[in-house]
Design a protein around this ligand. Structure first.
Ligand code: SF4
Length: 337
């Protein structure tokens, strides 16, 4: 167990974790909702401190981030644990064990070792991903400080449920992120994820204010979050509160974990959602997990010229940072500072 950050003592050895919007009050000997952070004799400790459960060199397109250093690799790692309990989790072997009281395993590595590995592998960025990086904040912060010193971009792939203190602590470290906007109803967040919608919306707006490059992913689940009116409200929120240039990835659901009573999302449903995004005026809408679909390419929002071609996770940027046909600047992070 490693010392945890971002918590405060309350009374009689009880503590409050301030890392995410759950703000769990944790009595001595107990743990928070995520199962990761434990009250050990009045001190908050984390059981995933430097415990790496998965690490890979991934194409950045896999995060997905389509407007950040295309066709480069990102050194990606995660631990175990999550502050959500999504019944449809596509990564439950990593996210669920701490919450379910199962064994937490992985290999010990410091931030310095991870950055060394990223540089050795030729990555241009480090991605905090696979499980929810908020629950390994201490290791993410340590690694991000070192990565920034070595000229690597820091990328966070998250459910967007941080506390305001946590987001502020990461400001200046994280350059780009992909945040899940899982639905546009609080009922969905409560029923399927054990969380609520408002903190995610608040954090999305804060991320735009802080100037991080933002892309959004929605896993489209049949009969759960695919109502046309709800999708329209979501697309309008992105346009009005975050900006029409924020890319929206609409991703195909496959039955997983506890949600196996319905089929994978039909391609027509994904295309309907894509049309809703475009009709709302979003410049960049992509269909994910349906490799080979024409919406994988990035088209110039002014003239329609293809500026980045993609097939699955392979990208061929031809016309960035500006469209060669009409000169329009394509928004994104195209080089490391
Ligand atoms: S990270 Fe979130 S879920 Fe976990 S203990 Fe802290 S407040 Fe609770």
């Amino acid at each position: 167990m490693h010392p945890a950050k971002l918590w405060k003592p309350l009374h009689d050895g009880t503590v409050q974790c301030r890392l995410c919007a759950h703000t769990c009050v944790i009595h001595p000997g107990a743990h928070g909702f995520c199962g990761v952070r434990h009250n050990v004799e009045g001190q908050l400790r984390t059981c995933v401190g430097r415990c790496i459960a998965a690490a890979n060199l991934d194409p950045i397109e896999k995060k997905p981030l389509y407007h950040v250093l295309p066709a480069t690799t990102t050194f990606s790692f995660g631990t175990m644990g999550c502050n959500f309990s999504c019944s449809f989790c596509q990564n439950h072997t990593l996210s669920a064990p701490p919450r379910e009281g199962r064994k937490v395993c992985g290999q010990c590595a410091s931030g310095e070792v991870l950055v060394h590995e990223a540089l050795r592998s030729g990555a241009r960025s480090v991605a905090y991903t696979y499980n929810e990086p908020t629950v390994f904040f201490e290791l993410m912060e340590e690694t991000a400080l070192c990565a920034r010193e070595h000229g690597l971009l820091n990328i966070m792939v998250s459910n967007g449920y941080q506390s305001t203190e946590t987001l502020n602590a990461l400001d200046g470290l994280i350059a780009a992120c992909n945040i899940d906007l899982k639905a546009f109803s609080d009922e969905f967040y409560k029923e399927y994820c054990g969380a609520s919608l408002a903190p995610v919306l608040r954090n999305l707006k804060a991320i735009v204010r802080m100037g991080w490059w933002l892309e959004i992913t929605t896993l489209l689940i049949p009969d759960a979050n695919d109502d046309a009116r709800e999708l329209r409200d979501m697309a309008q929120f992105i346009r009005d509160e975050l900006g029409a240039n924020v890319p929206w990835h609409i991703s195909r659901f496959h039955p997983a974990y506890h949600l196996t009573d319905r089929p994978a999302t039909a391609p027509e449903a994904l295309e309907r959602a894509w049309s809703i995004g475009k009709e709302a005026g979003l410049s960049f809408v992509y269909i994910g997990n349906l490799h080979g679909h024409p919406s994988e390419h990035t088209a110039c929002p002014s003239c329609g010229n293809i500026v980045i071609r993609r097939t699955g996770y392979r990208a061929k940027p031809t016309d960035i940072p500006a469209c060669s046909t009409c000169g329009t600047t394509i928004p994104g992070l195209w080089s490391t500072p």
